[in-house]
Design a protein around this ligand. Structure first.
Ligand code: NAD
Length: 256
């Protein structure tokens, strides 16, 4: 059975074929969902058109810089015109200036802190607010987080603080939107080799560390994030909201 047959969704955060957003979008599509996509700017337009275009020539693909309220408004207006309603939203968007992802957290500038939180955490609130009027039959909003939200991961720095804000926002949004049967959850993924991950100083060491220390003795693969994303989007997760699900080969349970 197609778990997501008849569901309409929108995906934020595809940059290329390695993007976690693309893994989850493929899984949602395979499960029967019809999807719209956004891309951050002209630089990524061709990539996203090439990937999302494989789902059909009429796939809605729109520009959206999540720091711009007018972009968000225009995306949801056009999605409303095309779909009439919405069931699924994937938030797979994060950014911190490169120099904030190396060295000491104590040196984080006011501007780096502001930008990281705006793009990586506030955007979930803005997107959820814009999606709410279209989620008339209830919905599932999924955001991507990382363990650096709760424990110190060297070099993750301000992004860990932004992920903590993202996870707390997930809980407050789950409370606000629950009466409308809109669920909001985070997937906390183990490290995956993507464009954003390569911006974190010492990222390849992280992959090796997880392989050595996670109970499953390996790193998560994108298809597994797709499978969890599909579960959270499906009716199987109908009573799950405000949660952070760890898809990290068990790393989060370890104390040493
Ligand atoms: N790769 C990992 O190891 C890992 C682990 C846990 C969580 N995550 C999270 O997964 C999510 C996706 O990251 P990824 O690893 O797939 O990397 P990615 O580089 O493929 O995706 C990041 C996306 O954020 C988008 N983005 C950045 N600034 C934006 C803006 N102003 N407006 C709109 N979009 C913007 C980029 O265009 C890109 O599509 C992020 O939230 C990331 O923190 C990644």
């Amino acid at each position: 059975m197609s778990q997501l047959a008849g569901k309409l969704g929108i995906v934020f955060g595809v940059a290329n074929k390695r993007s976690i957003a693309w893994a989850i979008a493929q899984a949602w599509h395979k499960a029967g969902a019809r999807l719209a996509f956004t891309y951050q700017g002209e630089r990524l337009k061709d990539n996203v058109e090439e990937l999302a275009g494989t789902f059909g020539a009429d796939t809605l693909i729109l520009p959206c810089d999540v720091t711009k309220d007018e972009d968000i408004a225009s995306v949801f207006k056009l999605v409303g015109e095309k779909f009439g309603k919405l069931h699924l939203l994937l938030h797979s968007v994060a950014f911190a200036p490169k120099d904030a992802l190396e060295g000491r957290f104590v040196n984080t500038s006011r501007e780096a802190f502001r930008v990281s939180h705006d793009i990586s955490a506030y955007s979930l609130v803005a997107l959820a607010r814009a999606a709410e009027p279209l989620m008339t039959e209830g919905g599932s909003i999924v955001a991507m987080s990382y363990y650096g939200a709760e424990k110190v991961v060297p070099h993750y720095n301000v992004m860990g603080v932004a992920k903590a804000a993202l996870e707390a926002s997930t809980r407050y949004l789950a409370y606000d939107l629950g009466p409308k049967k809109i669920r909001v959850n985070c997937i906390s993924a183990g490290p995956v080799n993507t464009l954003a991950a390569r911006g974190i100083s010492g990222f390849s060491e992280m992959l090796k560390h997880y392989e050595a220390h996670a109970p499953l003795k390996r790193n998560v693969v994108p298809e597994e994030l797709g499978a969890t994303g599909t579960f959270l989007a499906s009716d199987g997760a109908a009573a799950i909201t405000g949660q952070v699900l760890y898809v990290d080969c068990g790393y989060q349970i370890m104390g040493m």
